[in-house]
Structures are given as C-alpha cells and as structure tokens.
Design a protein around this ligand. Structure first.
Ligand code: SF4
Length: 435
C-alpha cells in the first residue's frame, strides 16, 4: 500500500501527521510524496481561517484528481468543525480529531477488500522532507476564546502529556538521530496548568519540563512552538536559566500591536505587557530572536490602529513576522461583527506589513554577519548546505566538494562564520562558511 500525507495548519497537525506516518512505516507501508500516485491520500486539515478551510477543500480535490480510485481521508479541525461545506465526492472517510490515534487502523479496515490498485510511479521533482527536527505535541486544547478563533470549540479540554511520557518519547527520537526538538501544543503556554493526562494534581510547568529535557543525552536543541507573552515571567526565566539547549528563539504570538484591537480580539495582554515579556527575554539573552504572527484587517481596525501595529513591529525588532489577512470563521464572535474591513484594504495593509516584516528580518539577520553560530544542516543546495541557526535564521553554508564528494552530511551541526545576507527565492538567508 502506498500512502501520501498532506498537512495544513499548525505544528500540532505536523506532529500528528508525523505520528501517523511513523505508524504506517512501522507496518511496512510505503509513504510517497503527495504529488505521486498513491492508494491512500490523507489530508490533515485546518480550519483556523476561512483561507485554511478553503485550502483544505482544494487539497482534498487535488488528491481525488491525482488518483480517482484512491481512498481519500480527511481528518483534522476542518472535519471536527462539522457544518463546513465538505467537498462533495472528494472524500471517502472522515476521521475527527479524537479518532486520530485510531486513524491507521481505520484506514486499514477501509482498505480491506478494496482491489489492490495499480500504481504507476510518476517521479516529480519534490523536496525531500528532512528528518533533522522532530515535533512533539505535549499539549492539546485551548480555553482562551480569542474572538476570531474556532479552535477552543473544536479541540476539547486542556490536556498535557505526562513529563515521563515526554521524556521517553524524546529519548526515542534522539535514538533515531533527531538533534532538534520542537515542543508544540494548541496552547503551549497552558502546559501542565490542569495537571497532566494521568493525574490532574500532578502539576508541572513548561520551564520545569524544559529543565528535564535539557538532560537528555544526544538532544542538542530544544525549540518551543507558539507561546503567549504571559508565560514569560521572572519565575519562568529562573526555571530555564540552566537550560543551555533551549534555543534563543521565541515565537510569541502577537496578532496586533494596537491595544484596542487586542481587546476586541480578546487577547489577554496589552502591547506594553508584550514588550515587557520581550525585554525580560532579552535581559536574559540579549540576541534572542522573537518571531510572531500578525493579523491585519481585523474587524474595526482603523488606519491609525494599523499604523500602531506597524510601529510596534519596529519597536520590538522582530526576526520574522507571519502576516495574515483576517478572514471570517463562522461561529466566532469576530465573524458576527458588522465593521468588517474590505478585501482591498486588507490586501493593502498586508502588503505594507509584509514589507515591514522583510526589512526587520533583514536587519535581524544582518546583526550576525561577521559572527559565528552553529547551524543544523538540513538539505543540500548547489554549493553546499541549507540549515537553521539556533536563532532560527535560514542559512546557506558553502562547501567545496572533495573529489566531487560532499564531506558534510544532513543532520550535522557545524560552526559557521557568516559573511553576508542574501535574498534567494524570496527568502532571506545568512550565508557563510565552515570555521
Ligand atoms: S490562543 Fe486564541 S488563537 Fe490560539 S488557539 Fe487559543 S483561542 Fe485560538
């Protein structure tokens, strides 16, 4: 059986798809790129924005076109949200989030009795997925009820993985060669708040978990998924003070730099509180990279509000900003507001925010020119390797081949001296050589 997987949305979905992939592989199933002919196509969907839901539908249709005879499986939040307009005729099997752990078994059952399909291999140019960074989901559920988000309605109560289970999984991942670990969750800042899965009284904080993971042999880097600024307290900084594997990179969710817009989004911080969190992190490690998400064109956002957001981006000096145009999610408070912003205005603001974000990324990366940092090599390019620094800056590393052979290898961590910044395929890279 040949299975192709596609993931939309957050790191949690990526993690869950990785687990599904691993389970299939342990059963001897061949995993093929989504562009190839397969017997089963599994789409782990997302519905966080209208755009994500649209893309989920498109990918399901694409799977059907790739092989009209295949079993097409839809899982993830798009399925969970129900009520969504499901793509007619494109899907054979819907699996909700709660049933994801049984997905492989359900697919196997559905495939039983199906005539084995002739699969012609159409090789296409496809980037090979690296196995250098492992994603581990340690938390599920969210109780924040941001006014634009459907997730608290579809992901169930807060749940945290037991630290012992986390440690075991991380040891397993490092034994497979993974050097970098990304801890993810739907609302990672809530990790341990309601106790753990097996014992509601067994409280542990994210900082304490990081302390324990820091001791895992073979693990070189710990990176955190999206966090809320409220997590960054003095206590948290004390907890992580000795964790030398924790990357100096935080993805702190912002969404807006305007106090009024944050209130209408029901976000639980002000721009000042956000700036204080960043200041604490940088007091601890001055070069800390802060990356974030920004929503433009939220209902009621005026031109002045948007300007306030832009100014805030510059005040913080973000290393990366992912800009999203607000899109309505049915069932949310924001979708019912009468003061929606026109697509034209959203587009114009998005363009300006992207421009500002690129300038900031360039500025941030440029600070490292002349310096040396470790880079985890992930894939090759013509003249060497591509990878990420601990600050999560994309890096091109030049390597001269010896007798036509590369001496470096994927998943190796090397010290690189940065010579300049370049733009390539629309992305910003630091470029350097091995020291
Ligand atoms: S914090 Fe807000 S945006 Fe994030 S999952 Fe929870 S409700 Fe959604």
């Amino acid at each position: 059986m040949r299975v192709a997987l596609y993931t939309l949305g957050c790191k949690v979905n990526s993690y869950e798809t990785d687990k599904i992939r691993e389970t299939f592989q342990s059963e001897g199933v061949v995993i093929v790129p989504f562009t190839e002919l397969a017997d089963v196509y599994i789409v782990n969907t997302c519905t966080v924005t209208q755009m994500a839901a649209k893309k989920s539908r498109q990918i399901l249709h694409r799977a059907r076109r790739l092989n009209p005879e295949a079993l097409i499986v839809a899982t993830g939040c798009f399925v969970q949200a129900g009520g969504e307009k499901m793509p007619e005729g494109a899907v054979d099997l819907y699996i909700n989030n709660m049933d994801k752990p049984r997905l492989v078994q359900m697919v196997n059952e559905a495939m039983k009795g199906r005539k084995e399909l002739e699969t012609a291999i159409r090789l296409r140019k496809e980037e090979v997925r690296g196995h250098t960074r492992a994603f581990l989901k340690i938390q599920d559920g969210c109780r924040q009820y941001c006014s634009y988000c459907i997730i608290p309605h579809v992901r169930g109560p807060l749940r945290s993985k037991d630290p012992q289970d986390v440690l075991e999984e991380v040891r397993h991942l490092t034994s497979q060669g993974y050097k970098e670990l990304v801890l993810t969750g739907i609302h990672l800042s809530s990790y341990g708040r309601q106790g753990t899965l097996t014992d509601p009284n067994d409280r542990i904080t994210l900082g304490q978990l990081i302390q324990r993971l820091n001791e895992v042999e073979g693990l070189e880097r710990i990176r955190l998924g999206s966090l809320e600024p409220g997590l960054i307290t003095e206590e948290y900084l004390e907890e992580i003070a000795q964790s030398n594997k924790l990357c100096p990179h935080y993805h702190l969710s912002l969404q807006s730099g305007c106090a009024k817009t944050l209130r209408t989004m029901n976000r639980r911080y002000t721009p000042d509180e956000y700036a204080q969190a960043v200041e604490r992190l940088r007091r601890f490690r001055p070069e800390t990279a802060i990356t974030t998400d920004l929503i433009v064109g939220f209902p009621g956002e005026t031109e002045d509000d948007f300007e306030e957001s832009l100014a805030f981006l510059r005040q913080i000096g973000f290393a990366q900003v992912h800009v999203f145009k607000y899109s309505k999610r049915e069932g949310t408070a924001a979708a019912r507001r009468m003061d929606q912003i026109s697509e034209e205005v959203k587009h114009a603001r998005s363009e300006r925010a992207i421009q500002a974000a690129e300038e900031l990324s360039w500025e941030f990366a440029s600070r490292f020119i002349g310096g040396v940092r470790e880079v985890l090599l992930e894939k090759t390019w013509e003249q060497g390797w591509e990878g990420y620094t601990d600050h999560y800056i994309r890096t091109l590393v030049e390597e001269e081949k010896t007798s036509g052979q590369r001496m470096l290898s994927e998943n190796q961590i090397v010290s690189v001296r940065f010579q300049n910044c370049v733009r390539q395929d629309g992305e910003i890279y630091l470029k350097g050589v091995i020291t």
